[in-house]
Design a protein around this ligand. Structure first.
Ligand SMILES: [Ca+2]
Ligand SMILES: [Ca+2]
Length: 396
């Protein structure tokens, strides 16, 4: 049976969603339960101060990332290592087989999922994940594979190949980063966080604490800023990063990255070729144990954030809006807030940026995406039915 394309999806979605909103049943553990009974619908109506209505659509187990397929269905990663395909018309999620073994624990597990820019023709998807190594060592990895969908639901990854790894693998279970984005030239960008090891962010013999730029097959573009140095340095586009949990290109093709900082030091950065963002030498925040880290203003040789948060928001996910359902927000950026349990809206003015609004969501927000119809979609950061998929539409 053919799956719906956008117009049909848009036509059937409101009916499904209103059914979900009215069902009032308890959230199930079974991800195959139809959407009409899949969530304990709380208030879909706009709350005071929020210019959108929120509709819970489904509940996932520790969801981490999502991306829409051209046919309107949704791929969702679950941190423990499941890749789910959510079908809005059927109101259920089915699992995609062939995901590599992930090092689940701490902040690690299955991470991002994005489509190849030519997915419509080649069906290639990219996954990031925490990869187990020898002994107590782990590192982020990115694999590409062909997504073969089963008309009956679900599907499998075929010809999976790991095309990039953090080097070296280290102990610990934090700060993998491993967000993926493609630019309009078809280059593959990966945020490689510093694994809570600090100094590697300044070490050009390691790709930890960097943003890397690759060709779509994982090879290194000859025009990268440090290509002449060879080795792992050739991958590096920018350095001095801590924990980058969101990267996105704006309509002008500029790359923005949010960065979870130390205490009082969350950042939104405009990523420039070859620039050093200063971690762990400078930060507008300070260490959690109270030790001072000099602020950016003391060291202008390091690129300073365009937005800096103290107290922090704990940013996760980054999306730059290009839809028309929220016309006033075209070009704005949206960041999920973990500790701040919020959705943060960013406005730009040239190369400057500022927080324009913060919407209280009541739950940790892990991922933000734009849907085919211009709605905003969020994933909550929770397990056992707490990781809800939310659809945000303009308040009536
Ligand atoms: Ca996404
Ligand atoms: Ca400081």
């Amino acid at each position: 049976m053919p799956h719906p394309h956008h117009p049909l999806l848009v036509a059937v979605l409101p009916a499904l969603l209103s059914a979900a909103a009215c069902s009032g049943v308890a959230a199930p553990q079974d991800a195959t339960t139809p959407a009409s009974a899949s969530v304990s619908a709380s208030a879909p109506a706009a709350e005071a101060g929020r210019p959108f209505a929120v509709t819970p659509v489904h509940a996932f187990a520790e969801p981490w990332a999502m991306t829409f397929l051209p046919d309107g269905r949704l791929l969702v990663t679950e941190k423990r290592g499941q890749l789910q395909l959510y079908d809005f018309r059927a109101g259920k999620a089915t699992e995609i087989a062939g995901v590599p073994t992930v090092a689940y624990g701490g902040q690690g597990g299955l991470g991002d999922v994005v489509l190849h820019p030519d997915f419509a023709n080649n069906k290639v998807v990219y996954l990031s994940y925490a990869e187990p190594g020898d002994g107590d060592r782990r590192g982020a990895a990115v694999a590409r594979a062909r997504l073969v969908l089963d008309p009956a639901g679900g599907g499998a990854l075929q010809d999976l190949k790991v095309i990039w790894r953090q080097a070296p693998k280290v102990s610990g279970q934090g700060h993998y980063g491993h967000r993926i984005a493609f630019d309009r030239a078809g280059k593959l960008w990966i945020s490689s966080s510093e694994r809570q090891k600090f100094d590697p962010a300044q070490d050009m013999t390691s790709n930890l604490g960097k943003i890397v730029r690759l060709n779509d097959d994982g090879s290194v573009p000859a025009d990268n800023p440090f290509a002449a140095r060879g080795g792992v340095a050739s991958q590096i586009w920018s350095l001095g990063h801590r924990n980058v949990l969101g990267i996105a290109f704006d309509a002008q093709g500029r790359l923005w990255a949010q960065e979870m900082g130390p205490r009082g030091g969350d950042e939104l950065n405009l990523i420039e070729r070859g620039a050093n963002y200063g971690w762990p030498i400078v930060s507008n925040g300070d260490h959690y144990d109270g030790r001072d880290i000099p602020d950016h203003a003391t060291a202008p040789e390091f690129a300073a954030p365009k937005v800096s948060w103290n107290p922090v928001i704990s940013p996760a996910g980054l999306m730059i809006y290009s839809g028309s359902l929220f016309p006033d927000w075209k070009g704005n950026a949206f960041i999920g807030g973990l500790s701040s349990r919020s959705l943060v809206r960013i406005e730009f003015d040239g190369s400057n940026a500022k927080e324009a609004a913060r919407y209280d969501m009541g739950q940790r927000i892990r991922e933000v995406e734009q849907g085919p119809d211009g709605a905003l979609w969020l994933l909550e950061d929770g397990k056992d039915g707490g990781g809800r998929l939310l659809r945000l539409t303009p308040a009536a």
